[in-house]
Write a protein that binds this ligand. Structure first.
Ligand SMILES: NC(=O)c1ccc[n+]([C@@H]2O[C@H](COP(=O)([O-])OP(=O)(O)OC[C@H]3O[C@@H](n4cnc5c(N)ncnc54)[C@H](OP(=O)(O)O)[C@@H]3O)[C@@H](O)[C@H]2O)c1
Length: 317
């Protein structure tokens, strides 16, 4: 099918969009008349199936043009990110929206054991359940590396490969990094998600923060994990690698937003959504989870940049 190259069309990439919140973000963006979606997934078949299902619904709804295009993307593979950039360059010539949604939990889980604990969602979210889950959720070094390479370095890899195309957007590109409340630096009544005060201060000092500093913190975390010193050195103990990956993703978001002043670059906690990543402990539907990321993808000109959202509300990091 021939691709329209209309100036007013906006082109949007969603990563990890074969299921869960990513698929719903792709669906919602495709419903926008002026948006063409490039749905990406690491697995060709899963991605093609999701793309076909969105296009079928769209055409059945009386539309006559395909709105969703598939391209393979494994965010851990630099060649895959570059192949995606080449595809977009050839087919569309620019990119307006990038939703970095792909994510991994980064732990080994005894799913039956977790289910049997029947943890109250409030305790899960607040961190009160941290000690309770230690017997059923295991943080291995291998899983931590995979998680950081997906959620943090993967997002950087894809963003860097697509930045030349995002710079060509004539409306000011929107970059949305799907984060988590596990990323939060603010000190709460029941849980300090990042107990190490020095790390919190370093990440919160946006005037001195650099990518190198953030990368070094990731290396320090992995080193401490290997040494068995996570608790001693003040790292999060609830989903340690996942929490750290999202904290660092937020820091990267702020650094990028400071660098690219004509873009709208934000990160967002989608809500506690019932998907595979949390072994279906989440309480919200994907439709609700997609709301924040979609709002940020369609942000009007002059909207905020360098901010962190809890669903659709801007909140403190
Ligand atoms: N659900 C929640 O409550 C919640 C809360 C806070 C934040 N989030 C964030 O929301 C985002 C979406 O998660 P979800 O809840 O929709 O979970 P999900 O249903 O498990 O979806 C995760 C997606 O990421 C993809 N993915 C994983 N590794 C990848 C890689 N190397 N390359 C490309 N794609 C990869 C998965 O692909 P495969 O199908 O191939 O595995 C899948 O499409 C994640 O960033 C997650 O951290 C979710």
């Amino acid at each position: 099918m021939e691709v329209e190259k209309k100036k007013e069309m906006r082109y949007a990439v969603v990563t990890g969009a074969n299921k869960g919140i990513g698929l719903e973000i792709a669906r919602k963006l495709a419903e926008e008349e002026s948006v063409i979606v490039i749905l990406t997934a690491r697995d060709e078949k899963r991605g093609m199936d999701a793309t076909s299902s969105l296009n079928t619904t769209h055409l059945l709804n009386g539309n006559n043009k395909k709105k969703v295009f598939f391209h393979q993307l494994d965010v851990r593979d630099p060649n895959s990110a570059q192949a995606l950039a080449n595809f977009i360059q050839t087919q569309f010539g620019k990119l307006d929206i990038l939703v970095n949604n792909a994510g991994a939990s980064g732990v080994v889980v005894d799913e039956e054991g977790l289910k049997a604990l029947n943890i109250d969602p409030i305790a899960w979210l607040s961190g009160k359940a941290t000690n309770t889950v230690q017997g059923v959720i295991q943080q291995t070094y291998e899983k931590a590396e995979e998680c950081l390479d997906t959620n943090y370095y993967g997002c950087k890899r894809v963003t860097e490969a697509l930045l030349p195309l995002l710079k060509l957007s004539d409306i000011g590109a929107r970059i949305i990094n799907v984060s988590s409340l596990r990323s939060e630096l603010k000190v709460k009544m029941f849980e300090n998600r990042m107990p190490n005060e020095r790390t919190r201060k370093e990440l919160n000092n946006i005037s001195t923060l650099t990518e190198e500093k953030v990368d070094n913190l990731v290396k320090k975390f992995l080193h401490d994990l290997k040494q068995g010193k996570l608790e001693e050195n003040g790292w999060p103990m609830m989903l340690p690698a996942y929490s750290v990956s999202k904290t660092m993703l937020n820091a990267y978001t702020r650094i990028l937003a400071k660098k690219y002043l004509d873009m709208y670059i934000n990160c967002v906690h989608p809500g506690y959504v019932n998907t595979d990543i949390n072994w279906h402990t989440g309480t919200m539907a994907v439709e609700e989870g997609a709301r924040g990321p979609v709002m940020l993808a369609l942000l009007p000109t002059g909207g905020p940049s360098g901010c962190y959202f809890d669903q659709t509300e801007v909140v403190e990091f």
